[in-house]
Design a protein around this ligand. Structure first.
Ligand code: ATP
Ligand code: MG
Length: 564
């Protein structure tokens, strides 16, 4: 393509609304434009990148034996009622009525639709295993769409679903998808890790997330370099044991702490370390309020709490609930004389003596609090977010905590959907049994954004070659016929040798061309300028390393093919 005929609206300035680097760069590089909150158009340069990821995903799904289908985005409510998700999915499910007043939704995921399809067509164990996939838009009415296409409301996803006769079959399908995912993200040129993941609202027994490693990621991962244990901190465990020196119980005391609320403030005010404080966190969970105690310097893991309580969601209690339960404003809750709520405690509190808590009274804290004496011994559980350096749950060596962006997620669903929707088959003995299912997603758009989060510098995007919109960009630095002719020759040779090349033939200043070139991140820049007139050579610059080489025009193809 010639840039003079292309649609590449680049922006000089950083758009104010973009918080994430990838969002900023995708807007500036003319890849996407916003239509409405969380809803984006893909422009030619962006779409080429999206398609390259999509093609890698499609090739690897096909290679793994999955079969491509295309399922409707608009789905009837009846299916969602069968699984109970019409009521349970929450507000991410966008519901509406058609002209006949029938309920529909936009598909945020397709378990119901695929299970309906398969229950009508699959009869016998002979039809199994079966893995179907699609690459199609999803709609989720995200509470806080952000970071551009990374957390959008409408987005492109690859979703696959496996159907097997038994657990063993499911394990094989899961393994095949796991391996396909490893190949996909390697081929995309990304640094990533597969981590153990929470199964969340989708349910099921085992799950892995594929995380692109990036400082800016929303997820935190606990990794053990020694034994390879890798888990989302949401469910990461640790062998850490808390033990405290013997201490005599001292008399309980109430102290005035006017306006002093946060752990840091209270610790500083009382002259004790934050580890001597016990936070009392109040949550709403399945219609009841629970109090959770955890040491002041540690972080509560809401996913562990949710799983422990067996509810779909836990939510921090609002100010009104806190006031009703404790009689005090937010910031002064404590377990002493706290009635009518279940009290749980993290293991870090077991054995702790003479600690500090809120007094359930505005501007007051209690010191020398001891469970067993001042309030009943609570139920202890592992409810803590692991921290850097905690011993690995498998081998005991120190864990590292790093950040990542979830680009893929695979689940063993088991028979959750097939039982709810009566999707069965006849086994070898002619007995009717529910299909055993797995589901496997990849955010195609999010993968593009994650690649940019991981690969950029101050000047712009640095695309991994495998997913770049073009492999080479020719910059012609002047209108002279001699420069245009040789540029055109290189352009045709490269394109006809399979190196997809864009040609900046615009009547623009060199400075503008260089800036745009670095911004859009095409892996190789071929600079045809004054030097060509003097030496007959062009300059090839590699975007990722900044390395430059002077080459004869006829050497360019070999250089670019050679570095594939
Ligand atoms: P998250 O925890 O980030 O909300 P999820 O667990 O809801 O993700 P899945 O339901 O597993 O995501 O969806 C499969 C994949 O779809 C995710 O791994 C992610 O790459 C992508 N995805 C999910 N939600 C969005 C979104 N709002 N915008 C873009 N991609 C998304
Ligand atoms: Mg989500």
């Amino acid at each position: 393509m010639k840039l003079s005929e292309y649609f590449l609206p680049t922006l000089r300035e950083d758009p104010a609304e973009a918080e994430a680097v990838s969002h900023r760069l995708m807007l500036r590089a003319g890849m996407i434009r916003k239509l409405a909150s969380g809803i984006y158009s893909w422009l030619p340069m962006g779409l080429r990148t999206l398609r390259r990821v999509e093609n890698i995903v499609r090739e690897e799904m096909d290679r793994a034996g999955a079969l491509e289908v295309l399922l409707p985005l608009v789905q009837p409510a009846e299916l969602w009622k069968e699984t109970g998700r019409w009521d349970n999915f929450g507000k991410e499910l966008l519901r509406f009525k058609d002209r006949k007043e029938h309920d529909f939704c936009l598909g945020p995921t397709h378990e119901e639709v695929i299970t309906d399809l398969v229950r009508r067509e699959v009869r016998s164990y002979r039809d199994l295993p079966l893995i179907l996939y699609q690459i199609a838009p999803k709609f989720r009415d995200e509470i806080r769409p952000r970071f551009g296409v990374m957390r959008a409301r409408e987005f492109l996803m690859k979703d696959a679903y496996s159907f097997d006769a038994d657990e063993e079959g499911l394990n094989r399908s899961y393994e095949a998808m796991y391996e396909a995912y490893q190949r996909i993200f390697s081929r995309c040129g990304l640094r990533f890790r597969a981590v153990l993941a929470d199964t969340g609202a989708i349910g099921g027994s085992e799950s892995h997330e594929f995380m692109v490693l990036a400082e800016t990621g929303e997820d935190r991962l606990a990794l053990c370099e020694a034994c390879g244990y890798a888990a989302n901190v949401e469910l990461a465990e640790s062998k850490k044991e808390f033990s405290y020196p013997e201490e005599k119980e001292r008399p309980l005391e109430k102290v005035a702490t006017p306006g002093v609320k946060s752990v840091e403030e209270v610790a500083a005010f009382l002259g004790v370390p934050p580890s001597k404080l016990v936070k009392t966190l109040l949550f709403r969970a399945g219609g009841e309020v629970v109090a959770v105690l955890i040491r002041g310097d540690l972080e509560l893991n809401e996913v562990k709490l949710r799983n422990l309580l067996g509810v779909p969601e836990v939510e921090m209690a609002d100010a009104e609930t806190v006031k009703r339960v404790t009689g005090a404003p937010v910031g002064f809750a404590g377990p002493v004389a706290l009635s009518g709520v279940r009290i749980l405690a993290d293991l870090s509190v077991r054995g702790l003596r003479n600690f500090v808590t809120g007094a359930n009274e505005a501007d007051a804290h209690l010191v020398n609090v001891n469970y067993g004496r001042d309030f009943p011994e609570p139920e202890f559980y592992d409810l803590r977010v692991v921290s850097e350096g905690d011993p690995c749950p498998r081998c005991g060596r120190p864990l590292a905590v790093t950040r990542g962006i979830e680009v893929g997620h695979i689940f063993k669903l088991g028979t959750k959907y097939s039982e709810a929707m009566r999707a069965t088959f006849l086994d070898r003995e002619g007995k009717e049994r529910p299909l055993v299912m797995g589901c496997y997603g990849i955010g195609i758009g999010r993968t593009v954004a994650a690649a940019i989060e991981q690969n950029h510098d101050h000047a712009g995007i640095i695309f991994p070659r495998e997913i770049a919109p073009f492999e080479a960009l020719i910059l012609t630095l002047g209108p002279e016929a001699e420069l245009m002719e040789i540029s055109e020759r290189i352009y045709h040779t490269l394109n006809s040798s399979g190196v997809e090349t864009l040609w900046d033939d615009r009547d623009e200043r060199p400075g503008v061309k260089f800036k745009d070139a670095d911004l859009i991140g095409i892996p190789f820049q071929i600079i045809v300028g004054r030097r060509f007139k003097e030496t007959g050579r062009v300059e090839v610059k590699e975007r990722s390393t900044g390395q430059r080489e002077d080459l004869l025009p006829e050497e360019v193809v070999k250089r670019l093919q050679g570095s594939a």
